[in-house]
Design a protein around this ligand. Structure first.
Ligand code: HEC
Length: 154
């Protein structure tokens, strides 16, 4: 996969069963719908972490930590299925290493899911300190995946 050209990667992507999700008129420069969806999911992770932080900081009611933690956990579960083989390419910062080291990548997905489950449990204590430390553990899982598997921003 690693040396495939972008259009070849796109062809592979279509062959891998996601053709129905790719509109035929898509511009070569545009990110595919799967990439757009995945980015939206990542933004949701970021936003719900922000919600947890607001709750622990007293900006929002402490009870909101649970709402965000639960939503976050669901989004983390969705992560497992949004990196179909070869879905890098235009508009995406996903590195080919994702598909070269699939096992390790999936370990990173599991790590965020487990940290998210602990965040949900912590959020139900209503204790800002416990929630804050569980949130810190979640944040570590973002970087652990971004460092090896996400290209730097341009
Ligand atoms: C298992 C790997 C993995 C984990 C865990 C992960 N990310 Fe990502 N993230 C990626 C990859 C890969 C991309 C690049 C996706 C693309 O451009 O196709 C990305 C992109 C992003 C983006 C940019 C989205 C955009 O609009 O371009 C944000 C924001 C982000 N991640 C936030 C987070 C936060 C916050 C966490 C933790 C709470 C997190 N991610 C956890 C792999 C991960």
């Amino acid at each position: 996969m690693k040396r495939l050209h972008r259009h070849l990667a796109a062809a592979f992507f279509i062959a891998s069963g996601f053709a129905a999700l790719v509109p035929t008129g898509t511009h070569a420069q545009d990110a595919s719908p799967v990439v757009e969806y995945r980015k939206g999911l990542m933004d949701a992770l970021r936003i719900h972490m922000g919600g947890v932080t607001a709750a622990t900081a007293g900006t929002a009611p402490i009870g909101h930590a649970e709402y965000h933690a639960v939503a976050f956990e669901r989004m983390a579960q969705a992560l497992a299925n949004v990196f179909p083989e070869g879905s890098g390419g235009p508009g995406s910062r996903a590195l080919p290493a994702i598909w070269e080291n699939r096992g390790d990548f999936m370990d990173k997905v599991t790590a965020i899911q487990m940290a998210a489950a602990r965040l949900v449990t912590a959020s139900r204590t209503g204790d800002a300190e416990q929630i804050g430390s569980a949130a810190q553990a979640v944040r570590a899982t973002c970087g652990a995946c971004h460092n090896p598997y996400r290209a730097p921003a341009n």
